[in-house]
Design a protein around this ligand. Structure first.
Ligand SMILES: [Zn+2]
Ligand SMILES: [Zn+2]
Length: 368
């Protein structure tokens, strides 16, 4: 059954989102109708609004949804009406990477997450016949309701506070998964996290869960570095005040860092971090740069370090497996994401984007 929904629509790059009434299409066999309770605002929403990635406009974005299932398509098996769900990135489910449990590296990731269309070319959203892109990350959660692909849906217990947990679907999972699924730091190792937004905050909390004895947070905002300490960082570096390489070497007693996770994708910081790696250290990039961005590394003296550079997508997570683990960590008090969240009404969504861009708020969440 097609219904009317209220959604935040991107009509022009760099312009404010517009609150509009839209028609939401009938449910397809593999889709779940979710009544949205909350949705996080992510940096990726802002760069797609600005068309760094070309999801066709007009579009409804939003990819950290959380809500309650109202109906399910015929082939849906993992949830039923009434279930509480968190939403994560979509994947095709049938390529070689998906079959290997590596859906963060799905061969059809761009179409599934940024295409704005179903595989058959249709969209779920329209306005009096005008086509509106839907299925952003399989969901388009800046809307009171969405038709979500089953791959994006994760069932959680009814007592999980959706307005706090919504951001687990993207940024927080990316940071935490990079540590717990991919880098898997050894006990008492050192971890440097560059950039303390949502992704970096997830990595800091996960570093302590993993048993890192030293977690060094790097940023340029003093208030964010204070928050990083609350989340578990043992040390902080403000790169406006001190040299990144020198400070990492000093804080690690001249040994260097075992792991560096960079969320900023700034070439000069990547280079400085590489120069501060310990023997067998790993530098991992999760931040998104403009296509064509390059970075240079010293490869003469650093050869003997046996070091690694790697990139990580979506925390290398299987969302249906990993996100419930993060919920458990939160219940145990070991993953305090409520410290990151500020709530906004849907009408104030542009303020949420602005507060995220300025660094005022780590994780804006729209509450419906
Ligand atoms: Zn795939
Ligand atoms: Zn995101």
């Amino acid at each position: 059954m097609s219904i009317t929904v209220t959604a935040a629509v991107v009509r022009e790059p760099h312009a404010d989102l517009v609150i509009e009434e839209l028609q939401l299409d009938d449910l397809r066999h593999n889709e779940v109708r979710v009544r949205m309770v909350a949705s996080g605002v992510c940096h990726t929403d802002a760069i797609v609004r600005d068309q760094v990635y070309p999801t066709p406009l007009p579009a409804v974005l939003g990819h950290e949804g959380a809500g309650i299932v109202e109906a399910v398509g015929d082939s849906v098996r993992t949830v039923e009406p009434g279930d509480h769900v968190l939403l994560a990135a979509a994947y095709c489910g049938h390529c070689a990477r998906c079959r290997a449990g590596q859906m963060a590296y799905c061969e059809n990731l761009f179409a599934a997450d940024f295409g704005g269309r179903r595989p058959d070319g249709s969209t779920a959203l329209s306005k009096d016949g005008e086509v509106i892109s839907s299925h952003f990350f399989g969901q388009s959660s800046f809307s009171t309701h969405a038709n979500v692909v089953e791959e994006s849906v994760i069932k959680v217990d009814d007592d999980v506070p959706l307005e706090i947990m919504a951001p687990l679907g993207c940024g927080i999972q990316t940071g935490a998964g990079s540590i717990l699924n991919q880098l898997k730091p050894g006990l008492n190792s050192s971890l440097v996290v560059i950039g303390t937004g949502a992704v970096g905050s997830g990595a800091i909390m996960a570093g302590r869960v993993a048993g890192c004895s030293r977690v060094i947070a790097v940023d340029i905002h003093p208030s964010r570095l204070d928050l990083a300490r609350e989340l578990g960082a043992t040390d902080t570096i403000n790169t406006r005040e001190s040299d990144l390489t020198e400070e990492i070497m000093r804080l690690t007693g001249g040994v260097g860092a075992d792991y560096v996770l960079d969320t900023t994708a700034r070439p000069e910081l990547l280079r400085q971090a590489a120069d501060a790696l310990a023997l067998r250290g790993t530098l991992a990039l999760v931040g998104a740069a403009k296509p064509g961005t390059e970075v240079s590394f010293e490869i003469g003296l650093s050869l003997v370090k046996g070091w690694t550079f790697t990139t990580i997508v979506q925390g290398s997570s299987v969302p249906q497996v990993f996100i419930p683990k993060l919920v458990e960590l939160w219940k145990e008090g070991r993953f305090p994401i409520d410290k990151l969240v500020r709530s906004y009404a849907l009408e104030d969504i542009n303020q949420g984007f602005a507060d995220s861009a300025s660094g005022e708020v780590v994780k804006p969440v729209v509450a419906f």
